[in-house]
Design a protein around this ligand. Structure first.
Ligand code: MN
Ligand code: MN
Length: 463
């Protein structure tokens, strides 16, 4: 290629570059940023645990609890804990509230197996817990891996018992059985999605009988005795419990070069953590900033801890009133990044991706103009004007970002919280980290992409 053609190509073509090529000066910071993120992952495998960890971080950064009706002044740092599962953090800006609010919205629930309300049973010398999977899981991925139990039990007297078993190296872990390959001929001929049906995702929890073996279910009795001694609970207490089974793995570096992170629940803590860090790190902001860590995204954002709840609007209303603004003006002028992950192009499964329009690993945060499936069904589709503004914002801060959609047009699809926020007359676009093997018990992301997410949220808050 002639020098002239080369120069012209550089001037006219859109080519994705990796962070290593485009911003080598941030790589060391990106590697350092990953360590605390991995601790955040290990400390929070459920939305409840993420709320607790996030509040600890926020309080250390000067955030205090907010109650509806509180007076607010510029530079105030406040948080609102919604039912222990959904967290709102905001800082009051120095400018007129009618200029709008900068919102970053991530979610902290992840696909997993929830215990049913009557989970415990004994069958042929083993005891199990029945589950109902939560979110989009490939069920075959959850058998024969070490599992941990997390959650809360509310006893009849109203007291709360918190349970985490399987994370400490001295803890037992739990397990889901599968057929040995020697007898798996019929199973292996079934479609992947049907080989392990939901009702076979039963958690193996014990096999030792109570000493009087003439009891009808001696193993179940022995297990209830252990649970009663350790937690003071009886079987009926499962009725008012939220217990969930998650992979017992910890976050680890992946690869000889340690450039990647393997963990459970990157979707969407890989966006929640940098969004949280970005609001915490922005002192005396001009804009009023709001960071939302939502629950129930994986099941459609319904319910009073999901983004379809009126709480976000109630809070915007309260903040607006406290600052003497007009809530309709504030919402019309607000801007939002729906901070959620997208799929990273995977050369092993190239056929489901359209490479020109899929996020590439290491090429920075991915901006997804629209989500949805079957002809953009169920998407908010950000306006070209708003995407243009975000593009300028990223360029001014030197953030490495890329455009990308989930996969091939007819291969499937997905959604985020973006549309629920857009429905409130707020400009929104999805921006997040590309993930390999999204929704698997162990997902993979790139450290430089994580760091660009942090730089993107910080740039958005500041611009
Ligand atoms: Mn997500
Ligand atoms: Mn998801």
């Amino acid at each position: 290629m002639s020098e002239q053609a080369k120069a012209l190509s550089e001037q006219l073509f859109y080519t994705k570059k990796t962070v290593y090529e485009a911003a080598p000066q941030v790589v060391a910071d990106a590697m350092a940023f990953a360590g605390p993120y991995m601790q955040y992952l290990d400390a929070g495998k459920t939305e409840r645990e993420c709320v607790v960890t996030s509040i600890q971080m926020a309080e250390a950064a000067g955030f205090t609890p907010y109650r509806f009706g509180d007076a607010l002044k510029p530079s105030d740092r406040r948080y609102y804990n919604n039912r222990g599962k959904n967290l709102f953090l905001f800082t009051v800006g120095t400018e007129d509230i009618n200029e709008g609010i900068r919102i970053s919205a991530a979610h902290i629930d992840s696909p997993r197996l929830d215990l049913k309300q009557c989970p415990l049973y004994e069958d042929n010398g083993m005891a199990f817990l029945k589950t109902h999977y939560y979110g989009g899981v490939k069920k075959y991925q959850w058998v024969t891996i070490p599992l941990a139990l997390h959650g809360v039990v509310i006893k009849a007297d109203g007291t709360t018992v918190e349970i985490v078993i399987g994370e400490d190296d001295n803890d037992p872990v739990f397990y889901i059985n599968d057929i040995l390959p020697h007898l798996g001929a019929a199973q292996s001929r079934q479609p992947l999605g049907e080989a392990i049906p939901g009702e076979k995702l039963n958690i193996l929890i014990g096999s030792q009988p109570y000493e009087e073996t003439d009891a009808a279910t001696p193993i179940k009795l022995n297990l209830m005795k252990i649970l009663n001694e350790k937690y003071g609970i009886v079987e009926a207490d499962f009725l008012s419990a939220e217990l969930t089974v998650v992979p017992a793995y910890k976050a680890r570096d992946i690869g000889f070069d340690r450039s990647l992170i393997g963990a459970y629940g990157h979707d969407d803590r890989v966006c929640a953590y940098p969004a949280l860090k970005a609001i915490m790190d922005e002192a005396d902001s001009k804009h009023t900033l709001l960071c939302i860590l939502a629950d129930k995204e994986e099941t459609g954002s319904d319910g009073n801890t999901g983004m379809q709840c009126s709480l976000m609007c109630d809070l915007i209303d309260e903040i607006t009133r406290a600052r003497g603004g007009n809530v309709n003006v504030v919402r019309a002028n607000s801007k939002c990044l729906s901070a959620d992950v997208s799929a990273a192009f995977d050369p092993n499964f190239a056929d489901v991706f359209e490479k020109r329009n899929t996020a590439l690993l290491n090429c920075g945060v991915v901006l997804t103009k629209y989500t949805g499936s079957r002809g953009k069904g169920g998407t908010s589709d950000a306006s070209a004007e708003y995407v243009g503004w975000v593009r300028g914002c990223m360029a001014r801060a030197g953030v490495i970002w890329q455009a990308g959609e989930l996969g091939k047009v007819d291969a499937g699809g997905g959604g985020t919280v973006a549309k629920y926020i857009a429905n409130q007359n707020i400009d929104v676009v999805d921006l997040g980290v590309p993930v390999i093997a999204m929704h698997a018990p162990y997902e993979v992301i790139s450290k430089v992409d994580l760091y660009e997410a942090y730089r993107a949220f910080a740039a958005f808050n500041r611009d």
